[in-house]
Design a protein around this ligand. Sequence first.
Ligand code: PRP
Ligand code: ADE
Length: 194
Amino acid sequence: MLRPGVSTPPPPTSRPYLDAVDRNGRGQARYELTSFFATPGALSGFVADIAGHFASKLPTVDAVVGLDALGFVVAGALGQKIQKPVILARKAGKVAMPPEDVVKTGSYADYMAVKAGAAEKELEMRRDLLRQGMKVIIVDEWIDTGASMAAVTRMLESCGVEVVGIGTLQLTEGRADVADDLYKRYDVFAANRE
Ligand SMILES: O=P(O)(O)OC[C@H]1O[C@H](OP(=O)(O)OP(=O)(O)O)[C@H](O)[C@@H]1O
Ligand SMILES: Nc1ncnc2[nH]cnc12
C-alpha cells in the first residue's frame, strides 16, 4: 500500500500525461515514475503546461533550476522549450568544486526520512551560477512533504535569487504542511491541482 490514509484525487482530464504516472502501488514508498518519462508525449505535455502557466513571466526568467534526480529531466526539457539555461541542484558531495564555491541547503528530512527512516538529504549548487537579482523557475517531478523544495528556495534566496515560480507534476495534498505553505507563498504550477 502506498501511504495509507492519503487519498490522491483523480487527475484533471485535461492533463492526460498524468495517467502515465504508475499509481498502482507495489508496496514501495513511492509511485513509479520511469513509466511517465517513457510515455511518448508525457514529458513534453507536462513542460508545455509549465511554460503555459508561467507564460507572462517567461521574458524575465533567467534560468530553470532542477532538483536531483528526476527534476533534472524536467528541467532539461523545460529549459529546451523556453530556451533558458538549466541549473542543477545536486545531491550533496556531487559538485566537484572547493567548499567555498558551493552553496548548500543544509540537511533536511524529506519524505523518505520521515516515512521510512532513511538518512536526511542535502542539495548543493555551484555558487558562481547564481547571482543577486536573478529570477528562476524551479522544477521537480514531485513535491511530497515539501522539504526538498523549501530547502532549495531558502538556498536560492540566501544568494539573492528570486523564485518566480515552481513547477511540479504532483504536489501531494493533505499531509504536507510545508508543501501547502509553498503553494501559498509561491506561484506554483502543480499538474495534479486545478
Ligand atoms: O517533498 P519531499 O518530501 O522533499 O520529497 C520530494 C523529493 O523526493 C524525490 O526525490 P528523491 O531523491 O527521493 O528521488 P529521485 O532521486 O528519484 O528524484 C522527489 O524527486 C523530490 O525531489
Ligand atoms: N514518486 C513518488 N511517489 C510518491 N510519493 C513520492 N514522494 C516523492 N516522490 C514520490
